[in-house]
Design a protein around this ligand. Structure first.
Ligand SMILES: [Zn+2]
Length: 249
């Protein structure tokens, strides 16, 4: 093929990749570098692990958060909670989103949740994951060495017209939100104590038992809800229908 012929060819996948900036170039922010890494090293439809990203971007503690920042920009990244065929640390690049390495798209889908709105949402949700019910800092029942980190997420993504007000935001733990979460905001010890003493004596006794055990003991209701919320969306919808029918009888 001559140079002229090549120039007239529609851009092939390799052609596009060749024009991409290098993901290793440290002049880019981590979010852009992650996007470039996913496009050039992973490719749409393929899987990667957080361990791979940590190896590619040593010294960056914000990998999970920056990865999550790509999702409102149209990047389809699924984790083991979306796709049960994935291993616990494994993710799949389902869809390449906005070309955030291009100046015009640099801030596409960037989260703009203010600290006060974030706090308001956490408070409203009781510092508890709205999906599985885990509390901030609480170990997961299935892995007592783990610790739940809560994140505030958009219900309707910004790219689909969702806003950044509390009504479109929800508290999710990092497991329920797929990517690794940020550190939970911590109440002051005095604030925590004033909440504890305002409980009924019965609840205070339960709280004491939980503190001695080192984790919250879920009520049968919470356990049932948690079990259902952790099902894939289709199975969850089926249970919803069955329960509605059951109650209508
Ligand atoms: Zn959760």
């Amino acid at each position: 093929m001559t140079v002229e012929e090549r120039a007239n060819e529609p851009l092939s996948r390799e052609g596009e990749a060749a024009t991409l900036p290098d993901w290793r170039d440290e002049k880019w922010g981590l979010r852009v570098r992650l996007a470039l890494f996913l496009v050039s090293q992973v490719g749409e439809g393929n899987t990667f692990t957080l361990a791979q990203l940590r190896e590619a971007f040593p010294g960056h503690s914000e990998i999970g958060r920056r990865l999550r920042d790509l999702r409102p920009g149209g990047w389809g990244i699924e984790g083991p909670r979306d796709d049960r065929s994935l291993r616990p640390d494994e993710y799949r690049l389902v869809k390449i989103g906005s070309p955030v390495w291009e100046k015009a798209h640099r801030s596409d889908g960037l989260r703009m949740i203010s600290a006060s709105v974030r706090h308001q949402v956490l408070l409203r949700d009781g510092y508890r994951c709205a999906a599985c019910g885990v509390l901030a800092g609480e170990p997961y029942a299935e892995d007592p060495t783990s610790q739940a980190h809560l994140t505030v997420q958009h219900i309707t993504p910004i790219m689909h017209g969702g806003g950044t007000d509390a009504s479109n935001l929800i508290t999710l733990c990092s497991l329920c939100n797929v990517a690794v979460g940020s550190a939970p905001p911590v109440a002051s010890a005095e604030e925590a104590w004033s909440r504890a003493v305002s409980l009924s004596p019965k609840d205070q006794a339960r709280l004491l038992a939980w503190l001695i055990r080192g984790r919250r003991e879920a009520s049968p209701l919470e356990s049932a809800a948690s079990a259902i919320f952790r099902l894939p969306p289709g199975e969850r919808a089926e249970i919803l229908g069955r329960l509605a029918d059951h109650l209508a009888q």
